[in-house]
Structures are given as C-alpha cells and as structure tokens.
Ligand binder design. Structure first.
Ligand SMILES: [Zn+2]
Length: 671
C-alpha cells in the first residue's frame, strides 16, 4: 500500500513537468532563485487579466506536486528540494535526447570532448571559490548561450570568456576576477596598452582557430604538432618588413590617413632622421618586425659637407629628394655614420644591455659591390634572409618586401608518431610541411585581400607602384627540436656518424618537399631553423604532457624543458677562441636549411675576452662561408639601483647586495 502511494506521488510529479509551461515556470524560478506571482507572469509574457486563470491552474499544479513553495515572508515562489531534483533530471533527459547535436570542445590534449556543464561548475567551485549553487547557475547559463550561438565546436578559452561575461552580468565581479587572475597568474605586463593588445590578440587567435583555419590546422596548433607564430595577428599583418628608406627620402611622407603627418622630402640630416623615425613609427602599427637595410649608406648623403658600393654605383638621393651623385661618393660619410651608430650602441648599452633596436653589421666589403650576378643577401635581426633569387635584381628581391610569417613544425613529435620507422617519419614530416605551407597561404590570401585597409602605410602607392611587395615575401616553415629529433631517432648524439647521416638525409628530404610544394605555395617557401621563443618551450611541454617525461628527449632541465630552435656554435677555448672544424663541417652539411634564413649563436658565457681575441674569432668566422650570419651572446644580470650589469646569472647584486633589483638578460633563453 505504501509502495502504491509512493508511485502515485511520483506520477504526479512527472505529470507536473509534462507541460512545457510548467517546466518553464520551474526554470524561471531556478534562474532567479525566487519570483513573485506578478514577476512570473511578466516573465512568461502573460496577460494579467486574460491569462490569469490558466496561469493560476498551472501554478497550483506545481504547488500541489510539491515542486514549488511560497515563501511566506517575501511572498515569492521558490523551488523545493524535489523541484530542484526534477529540474536536474529534466535537464539530463533533454541533454540525452539532444545527443546528436552535442557540442564538441577542443582540449589542449588535441582531442575533442563533449561539452559538459558540470565540468565548468566544478572548476568554478574549485578554482574561483564560487558557491556551488551559483556555479551551477552560471554553468547552465553558459551552456544555454553556447548552444544558442550554434558554434560548431568550442575551445576552452572561448568557454571561459562566456563564463566571465555571465559572472559580470550577474554582478559577481569578484569571482570573475579570481578566475581570471588564476588563469594569467604568470603575466607581468599589466599596463593598459599591454592588456588591451593581449586581450585583442587572444580574441583574434580564437577567431583564427575557429573560423579561418580548417580543422586539421587548428587541431595541429592546439595539440602542438605545429606552432603558428603570432597567431593573434596572423590575418592582420606581415611578420617582418625590409625597408627601402630611399623611397621616403626621395618622396617624403605621403599622407595615407587623415591622422598622419605629411612631409616634404627631407632637406637636412635632422629632417632625414625624423622622416625615418616616422616611417618606423607608422610601420610599427602594421607589422611585427622591421629592418632598415643600408641605414648608414642611405643616410650618408645627408651628412654635413654632403656630399660604399651595388648601392655605391646607384644614384644617390640627397637633400630635397634630389639626385646628388652616387652612393659610392659618400663612402666616408657612410662609414663615419656606421662608426657613430656603433659608438652610440656601446654608450647606450654600457650599463644595461640594449635589446631593441638591434644592429646588423655587414662585414664583407664586397657585399655591396654592383657587379653583374653579385648577390647581396639581406638579413633581419632574427635571421630572416632575402637574396636575389626571384627576379635576379637584388633591389626588387630584397627591399620593400619581407617575411610573411612563420609556422614551426614540432620535429620530435614526428619522431614519436613514426615510432622511429623511417618511411613513416618522412611521410608524417611531409604532411606537416604541407600543413604549415597551407597555413601560410591562408595568411597570404587574407592580408593580400585586405592589405589596403589593414596596413595603409605599407600599401601606399606611388605612380601606381605599391611600396610593400607582399607577393615577394618569404614564408618560413621552421623546425623546432632538430637536434633532439635526430638524436632521439638515432639514439645517438649529433656528433656520431649515423646521426649526422640521418640529419643530412632529413635536410635533403625537406628540400625535396620544398621544391614540390613551391609550385603551389610560392617560390619563397623556405624550410629553416630560426629562433622561436613562442614555440620552443610550449612544444616541449606539450610533448612531455602527452608522452611522459621519460619518453621525450628535450634540452634544458626537467623544470624548464625546451626544444632547440637555434643553431649554436660552441666555442673552443685556447689562446684564441675558435669553432672546431667538426662543427663547421656540420654547418656545411645543414646549409640547405639556410636559404630562408639562419642565425648562428655563439655563447661567450662568463669568459672574459680581450678585444683582439674576439676580433680574431670574428675573422675566423667571416672567412668560413657556411657561417653567413652570426651573433655573440652573453647572459647578463642588471641591477636597477646600481645601474650596472654583470656577466652570467646572479642572484644577488655584487655591488649593493640587493636581490629584488636584478633583471636577467638573455636574448636566446630556452631556445
Ligand atoms: Zn646593486
């Protein structure tokens, strides 16, 4: 008898929620915690006089079934425990029935998971200390909105954004703050411009992953099979611009937007400098990096008593944009300028390392000679290289163009996936190379189409000629963990013969892929090994997460693992420091990867050197044709209160003993 009565009550409850209107009432009360008779009617868009009878009938039904109760004090309706439970069940039933249309979420582990509101609620309770009731509400609301948006699939940051918005709307700024600060606890840049730019880049990264890239590229980027550099600006601007300052010295600054300065061709050294400054300033808004090639040479004719070289024989643009002889006539001035610039850098960096701008020095005197067939490669400070490989004319091929973008392929991942099977390895490698080329092509199309609006300064025209030649830009397919990958594939260090052979085979194959893919993806698609701060740590961490620390060969330490993205030359110390012939031979064998760029890094560590020793070392390197572009590097520590710096990593200032005023400088840390 008891059992029968219980079942009857159960049926009554189920009957109560069998009407869409009654279910809606329960949901409304759940959302607002409590609602009065009138509030409920208003929320349901019901007419107080016309619909009163119908509404009262349904309300009574819910009260009788013990799903709702009236709070005598506030005169509002609230859900009973049973009401909450029924709503939860109804929700689950709805979800189950809705299965085929379930939303998918990408996780950082490269898999797709089904959307689960409980997970959101749990993380809100755990991480942001949001009260459980509220967490459930926010999670439910998030789910509702995401379903409404009809997004095909979601990513964790996108979900977080929606949760944050809902928490703000509900007035729970405090919880949102806790959640956000937890997410970006490591960030230091907190000024408004940085935050604004970071937030914008995050949104655009999301947008690019969700709406621009095909799913395989997005998955590969999130899982760490590849890394798209500067994803937040991928569809907005080129990565690097190589300037031809003569364009502006000759024509002055044209007004390309109402806010921009207009100026005549410069008439003096000062005005030439100010023109160049404006060029850098405007371009800074339209690219990630910029290089001024022949800075001293092009500026030389503006030096006092006005009046080097391919440029030497070119007509020189002097004050007022007028031709005034050839650049070769200004050899002295340009050398004087170079010396002045170097002196300035020495002075500026005497106490604190100067990291920006970077100075690129051309040591080969013949590099600028205007001979037929003479090639003058141009390097940017990060190692991107352009030479006369397209039209054969170095001016057209190296200036007023640049590097479109860079996608880094995770090489050790390819080793893991191939299970050290050589055929499989090269098959996967080719697939990744193609994927990187595709991402670059997508970038090209996007910025080619909208360049006029996105970067008006770079796309300014003179007699129908656009300043920046985007179609000549190089596209870099970068390789992270080259050393780690070949060593782990062969189980031997990169000094052993079979490992070197495999490295050579790898380079050869990459060049074959390049040739095949170039037909579809542009002649200037280059495989390279270039420093990538963004990817070297990230890719190693993702691999360790995926395969376990024991199965991954990485550089650095267990606490700070990374994959190498730089080419380093180790110094052999003696009376005069030098680079061993074995290392130089290896450089020669890998030179196929130097076409689009390269930068060899020579660590000076804590060693003190006499200037003569470094001069000899430099000569030794310049004479070797396989080391085209190199830099010396030292880690140094700077004390902000003493305004002094020391070699190496220090934890305490040797002068004032302070620990909190120290900053470590290392251009290539963890790369
Ligand atoms: Zn100090």
């Amino acid at each position: 008898m008891v059992k029968f009565a219980r079942r009857e009550r159960g049926v009554k409850v189920l009957k109560a929620v069998s009407s869409p209107l009654r279910l809606k009432i329960l949901n409304l009360v759940f959302d607002k915690s409590s609602l009065s008779y009138t509030e409920l009617m208003n929320s349901l868009n019901m007419n107080p006089s016309r619909d009163a009878g119908r509404f009262a009938y349904h309300l009574k039904f819910l009260l009788k079934a013990d799903l709702l109760e009236a709070d005598t004090e506030s005169k509002k309706y609230v859900l009973t425990e049973l009401g909450k439970m029924v709503l939860d069940i109804a929700d689950r039933v709805e979800k189950k029935a809705d299965k085929p249309r379930g939303m998918l979420v990408r996780t950082s582990h490269f898999t797709l998971e089904e959307f689960d509101a409980n997970k959101i609620a749990n993380s809100l309770i755990k991480e942001a200390k949001v009260p459980p009731e509220l967490a459930k509400k926010a999670a439910k609301e998030t789910e509702k909105r995401l379903r409404k948006s009809k997004t095909k699939y979601l990513t964790a940051p996108l979900i977080r954004e929606v949760v944050n918005t809902i928490l703000i709307e509900k007035g729970f700024e405090d919880f949102r703050h806790k959640l956000t600060s937890l997410i970006s606890a490591k960030d230091t840049g907190r000024d408004s411009a940085t935050i604004l730019s970071k937030a914008g880049k995050n949104v655009l990264s999301e947008y690019t992953l969700l709406n621009v890239f095909p799913r395989d590229i997005s998955d590969a980027h999130i899982s760490g099979a590849i890394h798209v550099t500067a994803l937040g600006t991928w569809i907005l601007r080129p990565h690097e611009v190589m300037h031809d300052l003569r364009f502006f010295l000759k024509h002055g600054l044209k007004k390309v937007s109402p806010l921009q300065l207009f100026s005549e061709p410069p008439h003096s050294f000062e005005s030439a400098l100010s023109t160049i400054f404006s060029v850098l300033l405007y371009t800074n808004r339209e690219t990630d990096m910029q290089t001024c090639n022949f800075f001293n040479v092009f500026l030389a004719p503006f030096m006092k008593d006005a009046d080097v070289v391919a440029v030497k024989a070119k007509k020189a643009i002097g004050p007022h944009g007028k031709i005034c002889g050839k650049y070769g006539d200004f050899a002295e001035e340009s050398q004087l300028l170079a010396t002045l610039i170097i002196d300035l850098f020495i002075e500026e960096s005497s106490s604190k390392p100067l990291l920006n701008p970077k100075l690129v020095l051309k040591i080969n005197k013949e590099a600028l000679k205007d001979q037929k067939g003479a090639k003058a490669p141009v390097f940017s400070s990060f190692g991107c290289k352009l030479e006369a490989d397209l039209t054969g004319d170095w001016e057209t091929d190296t200036l007023r163009t640049g590097c479109l973008g860079m996608v880094t392929v995770n090489l050790p991942r390819v080793v893991q996936e191939s299970e050290k099977d050589s055929n499989k390895f090269f098959e996967i490698l080719k697939e990744r190379f193609e994927m990187a080329a595709r991402a670059l092509k997508i970038k090209y199309r996007a910025i080619k189409q909208y360049g006029k609006y996105l970067f008006p300064f770079l796309t300014q025209k003179l007699n129908g000629d656009i300043y920046f030649r985007i179609e000549y830009c190089s596209r870099i397919v970068n390789f992270a963990g080259f050393k780690e990958a070949v060593e782990s594939f062969c189980g031997n260090s990169l000094s052993s013969e079979d490992t070197i052979n495999f490295a050579e085979k790898l380079v050869k194959n990459l060049l074959v892929f390049k040739r095949k893919l170039s037909r579809r993806y542009g002649k200037r698609l280059f495989p390279s090994i270039l420093c990538s701060l963004e990817s070297s740590v990230k890719l190693a961490q993702l691999d360790i997460e995926k395969y376990g620390v024991a199965k991954v060969k990485f550089s650095g330490t267990r606490e700070k693992p990374f994959y190498s993205t730089t080419r380093r030359l180790n110094l052999e110390l003696g009376d005069f420091p030098y680079i061993s012939s074995e290392q130089l031979e290896l450089e020669q064998k890998l030179k196929g990867l130097s076409v689009g760029g390269n930068l060899s890094i020579i660590e000076l560590s804590d060693n003190e050197f006499h200037p003569m020793q470094l001069m000899k070392l430099t000569e030794h390197l310049v004479r070797n044709e396989f080391v085209e572009f190199f830099t010396y590097n030292r880690v140094s520590t700077y004390c902000d209160s003493c305004r002094k710096s020391w070699f190496g990593v220090l934890h305490k200032c040797p002068s004032c003993g302070s620990m909190s005023t120290l900053t470590k400088f290392d251009r290539f840390t963890s790369t």
